[in-house]
Write a protein that binds this ligand. Structure first.
Ligand code: KG4
Ligand code: ZN
Length: 346
């Protein structure tokens, strides 16, 4: 029997609901974005975000079911992001998911947001095989995760300060680009040459950690100094040079992670993995080192519920259900849930 999972993602400013069959087939993936509402504030306002989720969740669930040509009675399990994220926002999705699971006597699955991002790779026509290393680059995280099988996560490296997406958003802001800055900065960068030698933080030998705060300060100093000297500044050149500095380190560390662990499969995940310059630089690096690179569809890089439904399927296969004590967490470590049943198939 097929598992038809209704999945809900409300960790930040997107109300998203999907219907995913057997962790592979996305029947619908509705994303109601709040970008317009938060744009005037230059960032997400948590209180407004949770109210917006509350106003949209029922409608988005209906839309997801309609688009999948199904009704609630066809659903066999419910999945929801329970952290990390904005607690008020997470609670809206969580309460709705619990309500559906309780009302229809369905199993409930709590999915870690980063686990969801990672599992966007398993929605590819040819999913990755294990072992793999995945670079999760989002607004709040820059992590390198090693997986030897489903539900088994080992953190190899992480940012010690800003996340890559956060750095994109902050630099975009000083360049007067709209929120969220990442995609706008990417477009601007495509029109300039990366000629400013901004610093690359390499940290100590052998570390797979990242640091972007020094780069961020260097870019801010460059902008302020140019303004003080009355020099004409090319925002496109600044954007291209900043982006090149971020990408160089991301590519270098993921390849190093693969080479030191002896893994041949590389994955990208999270909002920043929608960046085309990053995707092509990573593809080039993978090719040069004879590694296989998996890139989620562009629409599945940023927050969406399909990735949550994909991740939940593998929890379901192992019986890693949640109970009704499942809570929302602003901070939530990515812990392994795999039971050692030798299931390392994709
Ligand atoms: O994964 P995501 O949608 O939400 C979080 O979990 O944080 O990632 C959002 C982040 C934002 O910082 C956004 O600016 C960045 O991903 N982002 C990009 C691009 N698209 C989204 N950064 C660089 N280039 C892009 N094309
Ligand atoms: Zn995300």
């Amino acid at each position: 029997m097929s598992e038809i999972i209704l999945s809900i993602e409300t960790s930040c400013d997107e109300t998203s609901v999907a219907v995913v069959v057997d962790g592979r087939e996305v029947l619908s993936n509705i994303i109601a974005s709040q970008v317009d509402v938060h744009q005037v504030f230059g960032g997400v306002v948590p209180e407004i975000a949770s109210r917006e989720h509350l106003g949209h969740i029922s409608f988005v669930v209906d839309q997801a079911l309609t688009a999948a040509r199904l009704s609630l009675s066809d659903i066999t399990a419910v999945a929801v992001t329970h952290g990390p994220g904005l607690v008020g926002s997470l609670l809206v999705g969580l309460c709705y998911a619990k309500g559906v699971a309780y009302g229809r006597r369905l199993p409930l699955f709590g999915v870690h947001h980063l686990e969801g991002h990672l599992y966007a790779n398993f929605l590819l026509p040819t999913p990755p095989t294990f072992p793999l290393v995945c670079l999760v680059v989002s607004g709040g995280h820059t992590d390198i995760i090693y997986m030897e099988r489903h539900g088994h996560f080992r953190l190899l490296g992480r940012t010690r300060d800003d996340a890559a997406g956060e750095a994109f958003d902050k630099i975009a802001r000083v360049l007067n680009l709209p929120y969220p800055g990442g995609p706008h900065l990417e477009r601007l960068a495509a029109t300039g040459a990366p000629t400013i030698p901004f610093p690359r933080a390499r940290l100590e030998m052998g570390s797979l950690d990242f640091s972007f705060s020094g780069l961020k300060s260097a870019v801010l100093n460059h902008i302020h100094n140019s303004q003080q000297r009355g020099e004409e500044l090319s925002p496109a050149v600044v954007a291209a040079s900043f982006q090149a500095a971020v990408i160089e380190v991301l590519v270098e560390k993921l390849i190093e992670a693969a080479l030191t662990t002896g893994v041949r499969n590389l994955c990208l995940a999270g909002g920043v993995s929608a960046n085309r310059a990053l995707r092509s630089a990573m593809a080039e690096g993978a090719g040069e080192n004879n590694l296989r690179l998996f890139l989620p569809d562009l629409g599945l890089c940023t927050d969406n519920a399909a990735m949550i439904g994909a991740a939940a399927y593998y929890r379901l296969r192992s019986g890693a259900t949640a109970d009704f004590h499942l809570n929302a967490h602003a901070v939530l470590p990515l812990t392994s849930w795999a039971v050692d049943n030798g299931d390392n198939s994709s």
